[in-house]
Design a protein around this ligand. Structure first.
Ligand code: ACM
Length: 263
């Protein structure tokens, strides 16, 4: 199975232009599952509720999800993309999963980071896994990585690939995803963005790039540079994520001791 990410620098508020960049980048790519960054078309650093309201879209009726469905159909692939979503007067930092046959699912970010809490409601969808045929995929968004429960929940629900749209600012995540994959024996595709945003007199945010694909053995199959646009596709054998055997005496999930853990 070919999994990939597109690391780029969305321009704040330029939804159509950002989408055009994605279309241009993926036009000659062969891929089964493509992951795009968090808030991939809207940009990240919101400065008012009015701005969120003007950029957040309905899912799946809104233009970004419809365009994503169109790309997925034309290119015969699955796509996970971060999106600013509006639903019943609330705003969510969400991600959608679409495929050749249309809309598949929606995830609303559980663990909001920093000023995201001013503009978005915490997600209420819970962490979910979808069987898309070639693999079972789960979605977590950016700062969800900081809570090992997110990746663990997805793995316990059967995810073989963690799709991880991101707008990373802190430096730790790319290395931490190695542990998330190792401790759950799953693949991950982290699609981060690059560039800077400095809006409304707020401190500049520099996004760290380093999008990556990591294997269930904790091997970084590919890591992008911190500051360059990059489209990457990696061939993976999903069956590696199905076997939770560690050694003759340890099976990852069988040996958990949940009755001793805090909730
Ligand atoms: C983040 O969750 N965007 C850091």
């Amino acid at each position: 199975m070919r999994v990939g990410f597109y690391q780029f620098a969305p321009v704040f508020g330029e939804v159509n232009n950002n989408f055009d960049s994605v279309i241009a980048a993926v036009s000659s790519m062969e891929c089964d599952l493509l992951v795009l960054p968090e808030l991939a078309m809207s940009g990240y650093q919101f400065i008012s509720q009015e701005e969120v309201a003007s950029l957040a879209e309905l899912v799946p009726e809104g233009p970004t999800t419809r365009r994503l469905m169109d790309v997925a159909k034309r290119r015969d692939m699955f796509v996970v993309a971060g999106i600013a979503e509006q639903f019943q007067g609330r705003f969510y930092n969400s991600a959608v999963l679409v495929g050749p046959s249309g809309f598949i699912g929606l995830y609303r970010k559980t663990h909001l980071f920093d000023e995201e809490t001013l503009f978005f409601s915490p997600g209420d969808t819970g962490l979910q896994v979808w069987d898309i045929g070639p693999a079972k995929v789960g979605i977590m968004i950016c700062f969800d990585w900081f809570y090992p429960e997110a990746a663990r929940t997805l793995a316990l629900k059967g995810a073989e690939i963690l799709c991880h749209p991101s707008n990373l600012i802190l430096p730790h995540c790319p290395d931490a995803m190695v542990t998330r994959c190792l401790e759950n024996r799953v693949f991950s595709v982290t699609a981060n963005r690059i560039g800077q945003e400095e809006r409304g007199g707020k401190p500049a945010l520099t996004f760290i790039g380093k999008s990556e694909v990591v294997s269930p053995g904790g091997k970084i199959l590919h890591r992008a540079p911190p500051d360059k646009e990059e489209l990457t596709v990696v061939d993976i054998d999903v069956t590696e994520a199905r076997d939770k055997w560690l050694n003759p005496y340890n099976d990852l999930f069988r040996d958990r001791q949940p009755h001793l853990y805090a909730s």
